[in-house]
Ligand binder design. Structure first.
Ligand SMILES: [Zn+2]
Ligand SMILES: [Zn+2]
Length: 92
């Protein structure tokens, strides 16, 4: 399971107790739906911390996911760079 916390104050939302309110007045836990309102389908790319009341990109609350994505991207970029020049000259 991902570790979820506010990137600004490190507050950790609780899955059941904490809830957010959409512009359509629907109340739900935004981390259960990756920031999408289940009623009107509005996607909230930014999420407000219930403790420090600052807005941060929803993705930045997922600490482990960010780390994973970053290392995946690093791997991809490194592979792309290495592939081309080395293999073509190796015949004979
Ligand atoms: Zn809504
Ligand atoms: Zn916060």
């Amino acid at each position: 399971m991902e570790k979820i916390k506010c990137p600004k104050c490190s507050w950790k939302p609780k899955p059941i107790e904490n809830s957010w309110i959409c512009t359509c007045k629907h109340v739900w836990n935004t981390f259960e739906t990756a920031g999408q309102c289940p009623k009107c389908n509005k996607i909230w790319q930014d999420t407000q911390c219930l403790q420090c009341h600052q807005w941060s990109p929803h993705i930045e609350f997922y600490t482990t996911l960010n780390g994973l994505l970053a290392s995946e991207l690093d791997n991809l970029i490194n592979q792309e760079i290495k592939k081309e020049p080395i293999e073509s000259d190796n015949k004979n």
